[in-house]
Structures are given as structure tokens and as C-alpha cells.
Ligand binder design. Structure first.
Ligand code: GLV
Length: 332
């Protein structure tokens, strides 16, 4: 009898679908907080499949705690830096993620951060609520223009491309760097490729990060690169927190090296309530909500469940992260 463990309370559509599989045993940590590691390691014992979150590190210890019957770990996220993929692959365990279903919703939030920081919405809203709005102010809340500004994308994957479309809709000039050049998009939409990260950073009014977190991208936005940004430029990070060095960002925001930052992700995450970045007016931080629309979170939940159902019924999952294991097992 297949056993599935779900590591958190998530939109019910996926868990409900799993519970409808006849004879399957579904266990779930149904709290709205991270499952303690020792509890996780105990509860996954004997699981054939685990539906995990980015808060769970899926490493050798985890896979061994589950046992040799483990077939698939389905992440409820597109990013899977919480997976030690070689450990999964070595043991013949399939890992899956939730790409595509969250692309536009994530780009919407990244663009919302761009709009909010450039036009100082959090500061302006606080000003009104604090009772300071007494007159129309010719010098009040003068922000940066979005339209016709240059949007620089570090990464032109699915979410980067969705951000580019939003920028184009605001008549922005879109430039990008990615190790994988997208000449198709350049021809179709007029986006411009730059030969290096630094060229993008120097030229942009908005630098938006859309790369996975890897050893190469950890602290990609460090003091040196932040110093290359225009003084009027804004940094947006909706990818992963550690891509931006938080100490360097604090200094850059505090010293006026850059104008503002909008972050959906932080290092560490969650950001502690006494963190120095929270003392800065020009740093807008939201709690990793880029994919948080009702539709998208439902779709993520369903896709993660479908990936599990496919594997446990002997078919290929829709969105594997280690295709070689799917091929080795001959799943179609
Ligand atoms: C969320 O951060 C995701 O990777 O889906």
C-alpha cells in the first residue's frame, strides 16, 4: 500500500487528490509552520512519496530516513535548491518541481515590487495612515519613472521572460544577460542581450534577478556589483534570498549607492524582525509571496500531487528535475 507524506498544510486540491487514490495511506504535517527536522525524519520513514516544501532540505539524511522504497519527492515550488539532486539521483529517487503554473503570478509580484519601490507606495501609504497628509505636495514622494526606463534582467528563463513582457507593456527597454541566449525573444520582442552581468547592471534603471540559487549565483549581487548600479536604480529580487548579499545591500541602500530594493526573498529567510534591512525606508520586503495567488497555489498543489500519482502508478512525472532517473526507470 503506497504511503505518501505531505510536509505542511497546503491548498487542499493536491492532498485531496492523493487521498482519493484507493488504498493509499496519506500522512500530513498539517500545521502552518515548518515541521521540525527530527519529526520530519521520523514521519517520512516508509514513505514511497513525499510532497515537500522549500523549507525542507532533501539530502542524504532525509532519503535514508525515508528508506529504500522512496520513489519520488515532489517539491511545491519551482526552485529546488532545497534538493541535493545528486543524492536523489544516486539513489534512483525522482525529484519534481512546479514550473510553468506559477510563472506569470511570480512575475506579477516582481513587477509589483518594481512599481511599489519606484513610486514609494509603502512610504506613501504609511504617511497617509499616520495622519500626515495635509495638502497636495509638489515635493512629496517623488519617485522614479517606470515607463521608458531600462529593465535589466539577470536570467531570461520562464519567469525572467514573463517579467520582460510586463516591462515591454510599460514601454521599458528590456536588456538581459543569461548564459543561454534567447535570440528568439530578441527577434520577437526587441529585447537586447548584453555580454555580461556587469553590462546589464551598469545600464539598468531596474535590475531584476531571475536566476536559480547555485554556488555560482550565491551573493551574485555583492558590494562590487551593487556599486556598479546607477544611484537612481532599484534592485528587485523575487528569486532566492542568498543571491543578494544582505550586508552589502544594507550599505548600498543606506549610503545612497542605489535608490531602493524590493525583495520577496531574503537571507536569512524569514528575515528576523530586528534585521537592519527592516530599518530602511527604501527597502521593501514581503514574505516570499510571489506565487501566492489562490489559483496558482491551487495549481501548484495539484501539479505536485499529479507528479506523485504518475510516479507511483508507474508513469513519468509531468515535471521532473532529474530526468535521467525517469529514463533509467523506463517511465513514460
Ligand atoms: C518559490 O519560491 C518557488 O520556487 O516556487
Amino acid at each position: 500500500m503506497p504511503k505518501v507524506f505531505i510536509t505542511r498544510n497546503i491548498p487542499a486540491i493536491g492532498p485531496d487528490k492523493l487521498r482519493k487514490q484507493s488504498g493509499w495511506e496519506i500522512d500530513q504535517w498539517s500545521k502552518d509552520e515548518v515541521i521540525p527536522r527530527d519529526e520530519l525524519l521520523r514521519r517520512v520513514k516508509g514513505a514511497d512519496a513525499v510532497l515537500s516544501l522549500l523549507t525542507e532540505r532533501i539530502d542524504a539524511e532525509f532519503i535514508e530516513a525515508a528508506g529504500p522504497q522512496l520513489k519520488v519527492v515532489a517539491n511545491l515550488a519551482v526552485g529546488f535548491d532545497n534538493f541535493v539532486v545528486p543524492e536523489l539521483t544516486k539513489r534512483g529517487v525522482i525529484g519534481t518541481n512546479t514550473p510553468d503554473v506559477l510563472t506569470d503570478t511570480t512575475a506579477d509580484l516582481a513587477f509589483a515590487l518594481l512599481m511599489a519601490t519606484s513610486r514609494m507606495l509603502p512610504q506613501a501609504e504609511k504617511y497617509v495612515k499616520d495622519g500626515h497628509w495635509h495638502t497636495w505636495e509638489p515635493l512629496g514622494f517623488m519617485g522614479q519613472d517606470v515607463h521608458h526606463a531600462t529593465l535589466g534582467l539577470l536570467g531570461m528563463g520562464r519567469i525572467g521572460a514573463a517579467m520582460a513582457r510586463r516591462g515591454a507593456g510599460f514601454e521599458m527597454k528590456v536588456i538581459y544577460y543569461d548564459a543561454y541566449r534567447r535570440q528568439d525573444l530578441e527577434q520577437q520582442y526587441g529585447y537586447e542581450y548584453r555580454n555580461s552581468i556587469e553590462e546589464v547592471i551598469r545600464e539598468s534603471d531596474f535590475v531584476s534577478v531571475h536566476t536559480p540559487l547555485t554556488e555560482e549565483t550565491r551573493h551574485l549581487m555583492n558590494a562590487e556589483r551593487l556599486a556598479m548600479m546607477k544611484k537612481t536604480a532599484i534592485l528587485i529580487n523575487s528569486a532566492r534570498g542568498p543571491i543578494v548579499d544582505p550586508d552589502a545591500l544594507y550599505d548600498a541602500l543606506k549610503n545612497g549607492t542605489i535608490w531602493a530594493a524590493g525583495l520577496d526573498v531574503t537571507e536569512p529567510e524569514p528575515v528576523p524582525s530586528d534585521h537592519k534591512l527592516l530599518t530602511l525606508e527604501n527597502c521593501l520586503i514581503v514574505p516570499h509571496i510571489a506565487s501566492a495567488s489562490i489559483n496558482t497555489r491551487n495549481n501548484m498543489s495539484e501539479l505536485a500531487a499529479d507528479n506523485i500519482i504518475n510516479v507511483l502508478e508507474g508513469r513519468a512525472p509531468k515535471t521532473p528535475v532529474n530526468k535521467e532517473v525517469v529514463e533509467q526507470k523506463g517511465l513514460k
